[in-house]
Design a protein around this ligand. Structure first.
Ligand code: SF4
Length: 451
């Protein structure tokens, strides 16, 4: 998973003068959330917001207006961690001004031991590991005098958008040497198929048209369950839900992407023909040091199988440059793999050691910062050229787009192959499936007109 992005980060608002109840909070109490990181973090925040709403909270206009502030953190890269520290620090004056306000830190920054964080941020009231909402809900329950466990129904978002994330497997068993996630999110735990179909039915009832099934290794779904269902079984189970238009899933691991899953994508009309399959490095020695459990040739064979079984599939990937000991020659193999596969989208990261990972204590971070940045730019240039050519090939085609909102005065949505499309319409068409004739393209998006 990737896509660092800050959501719901509005400027600190000063909204003094609203009256507070004897709890020291507004009536009804107000929450504010700040989230950074991958889609799984966004889904976790939505579920916590659903819990708070069920306990009577409403969304605050900004942090200064909130009785409970929650920061959902990411530490997968140093830059994300720095943003989290900056955000927590910026909320400290709000706590000083109104000590009854509760500040909670959740997500991957919170490990099994919190003493260090408690020392660093003494004004934070609750620390929660990913999906462990108990510490905050206990505090809230005590303050409101309610038994929160007795009050909560399913945590699916109460007012979802047209598209929704559905976590289907938590944690990761892979232990890639550069990655902190298994230490923070724990071992893989899959949710039962029945629970997931009920959740998707509920989401569809609330207006959702497209679900994205989420996991750090989404294609390992079911390995830990007693009857060993796999992702294909889940896709078949969800596919027949009436009113649901599209199904996506991410992030896949090459080790678990079975032919059975690939055939399910090809067979089921609602499952979109797009697969995100991180390769991380194009060289076998680097892959071995990363503990990625496949070779470059395994990966190439898998891509060939996917393309044979799902004609027109779009592919995206993740790659890390400048991993410990990566030579220029080894880096060039990542460039070559990009040139050979022609991915639709590539997420490129420069390696930064994460304390607590195998790589951080056993392998020297010996590629200089400037060199990592140069390699990153080089891959970006290669990918920009490839994506330009692929998207140019879409011009003149008619594509199905699920309209999910507006941006800069235009409607926007995604194709089945996960391409962003902009177009105009006088009508409110959010949530509609429309046919678009593509007229223009860039490496990042398409533009067109409704047919
Ligand atoms: S598969 Fe590897 S990179 Fe992905 S979450 Fe698990 S350990 Fe991290």
């Amino acid at each position: 998973m990737r896509n660092l992005e800050v959501m719901n980060l509005t400027p600190l608002l000063t909204l003094e003068g609203d009256s507070l109840t004897e709890t020291g909070w507004h009536s009804p109490p107000r929450y504010y959330t700040w989230t950074i990181g991958c889609q799984m973090n966004k889904a976790d925040t939505e579920r916590l917001e659903s819990a708070l709403s069920q306990l009577g909270f409403v969304a605050a206009r900004g942090p200064a207006d909130a009785d409970v502030i929650v920061l959902n953190s990411c530490v997968v890269r140093q830059s994300a961690e720095d943003k989290v520290v900056g955000a927590i620090t910026s909320f400290k004056p709000l706590k000083t001004r109104q000590p009854q306000r509760v500040i909670a830190l959740m997500g991957c920054m919170v490990g099994p031991r919190t003493q260090q964080l408690e020392k660093q941020f003494p004004f934070v009231d609750a620390f929660m590991r990913p999906q462990q909402y108990g510490p905050l809900l206990n505090l809230v329950g005590e303050r409101l005098g309610i038994d929160w466990e007795g009050c909560l129904g399913p945590l699916a978002p109460l007012h979802p958008q047209v598209t929704a994330y559905v976590p289907i497997i938590h944690g990761c068993d892979e232990m890639c040497s550069f990655c902190i996630i298994p230490y923070r999110r724990g071992r893989e735990v899959s949710r039962p198929i029945l629970e997931l179909t009920r959740e998707v039915e509920l989401l569809v009832h609330r207006g959702v048209q497209e679900v994205t099934l989420l996991g750090q290794t989404v294609d390992a779904y079911g390995n830990d369950l007693s009857d060993k269902p796999d992702l294909a079984d889940l896709l078949y189970a969800i596919h027949d839900i009436e009113g649901l238009q599209r199904i996506r899933f991410l992030t896949s691991h090459p080790r678990y992407m079975s032919e059975r899953i690939v055939r399910a994508v090809a067979d089921l009309p609602k499952v979109c023909e797009h697969i995100n399959l991180p390769f991380q490095a194009g060289d076998d020695d680097v892959l071995q040091r990363m503990r990625r459990t496949y070779t470059r040739d395994d990966y190439r064979r898998l891509i060939s199988t996917i393309r044979t079984i799902i004609p027109g599939v779009s592919l995206s990937t993740d790659v890390i440059v400048g991993f410990c000991g990566e030579t220029e020659e080894q880096f060039q193999r990542s460039v070559d793999l990009l040139e050979e596969v022609h991915f639709d989208k590539v997420h490129i990261a420069a390696y930064s050691p994460r304390p607590g990972t195998i790589a951080s204590h056993a392998m020297p971070d010996d590629v200089p910062h400037e060199e990592k940045e140069r390699r990153k730019r080089r891959l970006e240039e290669v990918q920009e050229r490839i994506a330009t050519a692929i998207n140019l090939g879409c011009v003149g085609q008619e594509v199905e787009v699920l309209v999910d909102g507006r941006e800069k005065g235009r409607w926007k949505g995604r194709t089945r192959t996960d391409k962003l499309v902009f177009f105009d319409s006088e009508k409110d068409i959010v949530g509609r499936l429309v046919e678009i004739k593509v007229e223009k393209s860039s490496p990042w998006a398409l533009q067109g007109s409704i047919i």
